[in-house]
Design a protein around this ligand. Sequence first.
Ligand code: GAL
Length: 655
Amino acid sequence: MPSLNDATRGRILYGGDYNPEQWPEETWLEDVRLMKDAGVNSVTLGVFSWAKLEPRPGERDFGWLDRLMDLMHENGIGVVLATPTASPPPWMGHLHPDTLPVDQDGRTEWWGGRQHFSHSSATYRRYAAAVTEDLAARYGGHPALTMWHINNEYCTYDWSDEAAVRFRGWLQGRYGTLDALNEAWGTAFWSQGYGDWAQIHTPRHAHYLKNPTQVLDFKRFTSDMLLECYVAERDIVRRATPHLPVTTNFMPLWVGQDAWRWAEEEDVVSVDLYPDPRDPLGAQNGALVQDMTRSQARGPWMLMEQAAGPVNWRGVNHPKPRGLNRLWSLQAVARGADAVCYFQWRQSRQGAEKFHSGMVSHAGEEGRTYQEVKQLGAELARISAEVTGSHTANDIAVLHDWHAWWAGAQDGRPSTQVDYPDLLRAWHRALWEAHLTTDFAHPEHDLSAYKLVVVPQLYALTDAAIENLLAYVRDGGTLVSGFLTGVADEDDRVRAGGMDARLRELFGIRTLHEWWPLDADEHVECGGFRGTLWSEEIETSEEAEVEAAYKGGELDGLPAVLRKGRAWYLSTLPEPDAMRDLLARVAAGAGARPVLDALPAQVEAVRRGDLLFVLNHGRESVTVEVPGTHHDLLTGATVRGEVTLGRYGVAVLKP
Ligand code: GAL
């Protein structure tokens, strides 16, 4: 299978979405000059070009794209060519209303924005396949082409009649019989038993709480339908160019796609990442997405989109202070990115994103944004050869599963304060702040390479996943789990005892009497730290050791942190500092060490291959001890024993 290496060929890809159809052709020449000056070696063309490529049904206008492909090739810039299928032309919805998605209240999502396609529509799929065929036939042999980009951020839901038909087919594939479906969905509750497949719909607007397993299956179905759309287009371009990699860009930690499953179908895993420059946890949140994407890719990955300056979709859209774009780009490279790309090359002057930054902002060539983009391009070129293709093994894995997320995020649960992505962020942040680098893994993955596995929360687990966790601990691994783990099976049926018996035995929990969720502003004293969000009334078994107990209140003396051998259980969410200290202690016991000792709080050290990236996320300059002698690939300086990093400074050190 082709990989990202086939597109990078030893150079970090640098560039971004290029939408030249928004500009007169004279601007294209100016673009190319500026791209070359900035070290841009890759552009993504055609993401939203369907109306231009197919102005009327079946008609093709490729002339402009021919000229662009040639222009890019003449100037040594590779093209990631997109299929335009994320934004169908107005004629499609007008002629074929069945291509438009319908929301759960029965409202049509009209054209005039983007992503107004029904994944289930046979008509949409037919047009999408046809335009993809023609693009592949026309440009498959073009020398500028380096990679395919299918659609864009697949994310649509659809409750339409056509989606309902496909949903029934999907359910028949999963359950075989109506009896099995009724059993899995627990339809004995509230008189929901189905007597005919035709009675089953997508979970539309209902008077009160919907059947949770129906909703869970609808989420699975949606991810699978979108994946079918991706695979159909991927297979078309793959037939034309089996030697070129194919990708589609994920949104970070997006709820709608089981990205573990999707990543298996991609040659290159890519993601769009837009941390808020004002967010004090921006670097941590970015690191989480980067770790997750690298883990899905099982190696180098592509930062498909980031912003050189402000976005336009937050309430208040902050620009990036000087140096932050460079820092976050190099953070991505440290964590495995072999491509640093942006949305978009040139900031638009019209349309919904005219106030979203580009690599060339409205201020143009003289603007600070472009000047910083240019500096970064030169620096990436300097480190490319040493970086690309390299990979690092980590000692720690954070477990994450979309199905557990979907099942646990339903209405009618014990506390709406418990938010799955927030828990992932809290646990990952604790590791980040303890300077521990980590992978992500699926609960059914082989975990044997890890010294420590942490489970922020996996509400629903399959038997296979539970057995995997048991085997991991039995074979010498250290496991730390948060609350609400192992509560349900894959049908969202609560396990006997309120938590799987095998897991209770693993952690030393005899009886889980009650959950005591906490209010937003509430906390529980745990002797030395405060717990937030959640607490539990647990009766332990004899072998369990109570590492921290609740102090005062109803749960006085009961375990907040519990341990049986190498299996740890947290029945609350410790405040951030306590969480950091706890995970650091457990990691040290498991033999997982930070990359560097004695790091200042805002500095992270990340290994990639034999390179050591040291990144200062603070605004104050810091001196960091780095044992041995290194060569800084960015400055050319020799580093002996310590390196000083200015505000947002980075060193890329080679021993
Ligand atoms: C992404 C999208 C781009 C652009 C960008 C703005 O979600 O793929 O097309 O809209 O956001 O931040």
